[in-house]
Design a binder for this molecule. Structure first.
Ligand code: PRX
Length: 652
């Protein structure tokens, strides 16, 4: 385990921002919510679940942790997740409310009501079931952020099948690995999507993945979006719109057990192979809906909510699809990048739809800070009343800019800590209750128990740093790693007995508030996206030129961390082309192997790597070099001249 990225000192400078009185007056979360949760945690979650969801068969049992670390929440209850996100809103008279305001990158737009979305999902469920999809089957969704992505996820959920959404920026090879691991029988994709002013193809990657061995796929359903030409395999490939046009509008949602799997989402771990994080239905939906309502102070009848995440990530699952739709919220979804066709596109969208709640990542905020406040200031952002941050620590400077420039100096900011594994928000201020603090995620949400401990598992106390753990099971916790129960136990439950090890360093301040300090394992966080150093190293050594590779996450002003690779070439390639040319080839290669998000910012061609006597690469020293620091303690190195040699190559 490496040391947490240390903050020189706690960045708490005493600034506190109590909720504005007008906000408190209408706050969704009752003032006594923490006490209620504390007095009986399980009863609290049971109440939330009954209040927020419709159970076809009510549960009588809240938690069964006898099979630890696999929990069962609301185990004897039955529900349908899609019914909860759709039909009941229509049945209860909310059918005319807009569910999605979709904004395409080229400027096309569609507003879809709950009644319309329900019909689309019923049709899609009929299409999928006619193609043989049934409860328990795995369906891969590889789509741009368009309404069909939401429809596809809910249609799979409606049938009790399991979706695994793969972010559209992942390569054919990453897609193949995920299809294979999940043994998926169907892929739902599009011809292409719009990004940065052009069309990027998606179907070609699916064709490639199947050609490369993803043999379990029987059908590929293709949404027409990009308008680009696609290759067609008769009998396997099917146009989505053709099926939808003739599909029946009638579909009754069947009830499934609370623990019926809902989705698998692959995320990076410390080994080269991504982990398929498994989430189930009742507990997941309870916590997604609870946090969406209380952390974002959702007034569903009047708010316009916008979370900028893609559905390819957990944030898109819990805070674009399941949380908001379970709560009957009206939200914006936007297909493209923030700077297309102009750098004010996001702010223009906020003005256009009167967005009131906005949830994004610190990287985006830092990028906008660099571009200057003049850009957002051209737009009317006065509708915003609450801002959220997720994915990585937000530095106080970016927090203040967000508050002043985007939030007009009044909108509370909730900095939400959670993970793919936790399924929903775990640590965050509640905006009508907590006085916020720039840079700290602050307090566990009601009903969640966390701690910061030292290496022996002992509580560290105020002012001290250590490792973040979750000490009690929570409703939206992962139920396993798909197909790998041992890895599940080993990764999360073996560091300390009976507590969940998150992999993050954290520090408690004098008020007992939590400050996140970054990952303590070989996982990097680049622009709020999780990447594994090992996965990128594996991609690099798969290149014919590479003899050995080491990857580190170096601090970066905009992206939080950046991928920096050190590569030793096989001798016959040394000097074969300029280092610059070779470095470029290797960067491109990683992009092709994993996806553009994994491309190293820098590749250094070096002659040696610093290793301990037992042969372990000393990444700490490489990080020092990558961040341009004086190299730290080298006493455990086999050969200290290595650092000199590397420094010479790096500074050449
Ligand atoms: O290191 C933490 C960081 O993101 C990791 C989880 O990544 P992922 O599973 O991709 O989920 C991201 C979106 C929930 C965590 O282990 N992280 C997430 N939110 C925060 C954060 N670090 C600091 N502050 C946050 N608010």
């Amino acid at each position: 385990m490496s040391e947490p990225t240390s903050m020189d000192s706690l960045l708490d400078d005493g600034r506190r921002f109590p909720p504005p009185p007008a906000f408190v007056a209408t706050a969704v979360a009752p003032a006594d919510i923490y006490e209620r949760a504390q007095s009986d945690r399980l009863a609290f979650w049971a109440d939330q679940s009954r209040e927020l969801l419709h159970w076809h068969t009510p549960f009588t049992e809240t938690l069964d942790f006898s099979g630890a670390p696999v929990a069962r929440w609301f185990g004897d209850g039955e529900l349908n997740v899609a019914y909860n996100c759709l039909d009941r809103h229509v049945e209860e008279g909310r059918g005319d409310r807009v569910a999605l305001h979709f904004e395409g990158e080229p400027g096309d737009q569609r507003s879809i009501t709950y009644a319309e979305l329900t019909t689309e999902v019923k049709k899609a469920a009929n299409v999928l079931s006619q193609l043989g999809v049934k409860a328990g089957d795995r369906v891969i969704i590889y789509l741009p952020l368009i309404p069909e992505a939401v429809v596809a996820m809910l249609a799979v959920a409606r049938l009790g099948a399991i979706h695994s959404v793969v972010f559209g920026g992942f390569s054919a090879e990453s897609l193949r690995a995920r299809i294979d691991d999940a043994q998926a029988t169907m892929v739902i994709t599009a011809d292409g999507g719009h990004r940065k002013g052009s069309v990027f193809p998606l179907k070609t990657a699916v064709d490639q993945a199947i050609a490369d061995g993803a043999t379990t796929v029987k059908n590929v359903l293709v949404v027409r979006r990009g308008g680009n030409d696609v290759e067609w395999t008769e009998g396997r490939d099917i146009w989505w719109h053709e099926q939808m046009d003739s599909a029946s509008h009638e579909h009754t949602a069947e009830a499934f057990e609370s623990e019926n799997p809902l989705f698998i989402l692959y995320t990076s771990g410390t080994t080269g192979k991504p982990k398929g994080i498994l989430h189930t239905s009742g507990g997941y939906l309870t916590q997604a809906a609870f946090t969406h309502k209380n952390v974002f102070d959702l007034h569903a009848e009047s708010d316009v909510y916008w979370c900028t995440a893609d559905v390819g990530w957990i944030t898109g699952h819990s805070y674009v699809v399941y949380g908001p739709l379970a709560n009957g919220a009206t939200q914006v979804i936007y297909e493209g990048t923030p700077d297309t066709p102009h750098p004010g596109r996001w702010w223009e969208i906020i003005e256009k739809y009167g967005v009131t709640i906005f949830y994004t990542a610190p990287t985006a905020i830092r990028t906008f800070m660099k571009l200057g406040r003049e850009i957002p200031q051209k737009f009317d952002l006065s509708s915003l009343r609450l801002l959220g941050s997720v994915g990585e620590p937000i530095n106080p400077e970016a927090w203040m800019w967000y508050r002043e420039v985007i939030g007009g100096g009044v909108a509370p900011i909730v900095d939400t800590w959670w993970q793919t594994e936790t399924g929903a928000i775990m640590i965050s201020a509640l905006p009508g209750i907590t006085a916020t603090k720039p840079g700290s995620a602050q307090v566990p949400i009601p009903g969640i128990s966390i701690d910061v401990v030292d290496d022996s598992g002992a509580h560290v106390g105020r002012g001290a740093g250590g490792l973040l753990v979750v000490t009690e099971p929570w409703p939206s916790m992962l139920r396993g790693i798909w197909g790998d129960p041992e890895r599940f136990k080993e990764t999360y439950w073996s560091t300390f007995e009976n507590v969940y090890f998150a992999g993050d360093g954290a520090q408690l301040d004098a008020d007992n508030d939590v400050w996140l300090l970054g990952r303590v394992d070989d996982v990097m966080n680049v622009s709020g996206h999780r990447l594994s150093t090992m996965e990128i190293e594996s991609a690099l050594v798969a290149h014919p030129m590479t003899a050995e590779a080491a990857v580190v996450g170096a601090n970066d002003d905009t992206t939080g961390q950046a991928v920096v690779a050190f590569v030793i070439l096989k001798s016959r390639y040394v000097g074969s082309e300029s280092d610059q040319e070779l470095e470029k080839q290797l960067r491109t290669w990683v992009g092709e192997q994993i996806g553009p998000i994994a491309k190293p910012r820098t590749v250094f061609i070096v002659q040696e790597l610093p290793k301990t006597r037992s042969g372990k690469i000393m990444r700490r020293l490489l990080r020092d070099i990558a961040e341009g620091r004086e190299v730290g303690d080298t006493t455990t190195l086999t050969d200290t001249s290595v650092i000199r040699t590397i420094n010479t190559s790096v500074n050449d």
